[in-house]
Write a protein that binds this ligand. Sequence first.
Ligand code: HEC
Length: 201
Amino acid sequence: MKDPAQSSTDHQENPPSASVSTVPLWIFALTLLLIFLGTVYFDHHSGWFNPQIYSPFENEAQLEAYQPKSGSAAMIARGKQVYEQICGICHGVDGMGKPGQAPPLAGSEWVNASSYNRLAHIPLMGVNGDITVEGKDWNMAMAAMGASLSDADLAAVLSYIRNSWGNKSAMVTPEDVAGVRAAIGKNPVPMSAQQLEKMPQ
Ligand code: HEC
C-alpha cells in the first residue's frame, strides 16, 4: 500500500491537466473549400440577388433567351442561330465578311435591296464570279448554302441579316421564300451577279 503522504507529493508533481491539442489543419482547409464552393455556387445561381433569376437560369441573358418571343423578335432570334451555324462561318458572326473567304453582309447592297427576290436567290441557288459589294470586287463562289433550310429558317436568316450590324431592311416571310423557291424549281445552278441584276430586286 502507498504511503498517503507519498501519493500526495506524486499528485503535486503531476497535476491533472486538460489536454490541449491544436485544431487540425484539414478543418481549416475544408472550411475554406466549402466557402469557395459556396461562392462558386452562389455566383452561378443567384443572378446577383435578382429574385426573378433562379435555377436553372444563371443570369439575365439566359433568362431572356428562354422567354417566349413573338413575331419578328422570335424570327430574328432563330435567324441568328441558323446564321451563326452556317453563314457566319464564311461571312463572320459580325457580318463583316472575311478576306479571301466571303464579302461582308453588313452594309451590303445585296442584303439591303429594296425587296427580297434577288437576295433570296443567292442562298437558294448560289452565286459565283465577279460581284461588287460596297464598291469592292470579289470573284469567288458560294454554293446554294441555304437550299436545304426550311422556308421558315431561310426567311429567319434573311430577316436577321437585313436587321443586324446596322442593316435596317424589311423582314422576309416564309411565304416570300417559298415563292422564290417555287420559281427556281428543281434546278438550282449558281448565278452570276450580272444574272441577278437582271431580275427584279
Ligand atoms: C462557304 C462559305 C460561305 C457560306 C457558308 C455562305 N456564303 Fe454567302 N458568299 C460566299 C462567297 C464566297 C460569296 C461571293 C461569291 C462571288 O464572289 O461570286 C458570297 C456572297 C453572298 C452574298 C452576296 C454578296 C454580299 O456580300 O452581300 C450574300 C447575300 C450571301 N453570300 C449570303 C449568304 C447567306 C444568307 C448564307 C447562309 C445561308 C451564306 N451566304 C453562306 C461564301 C459563303
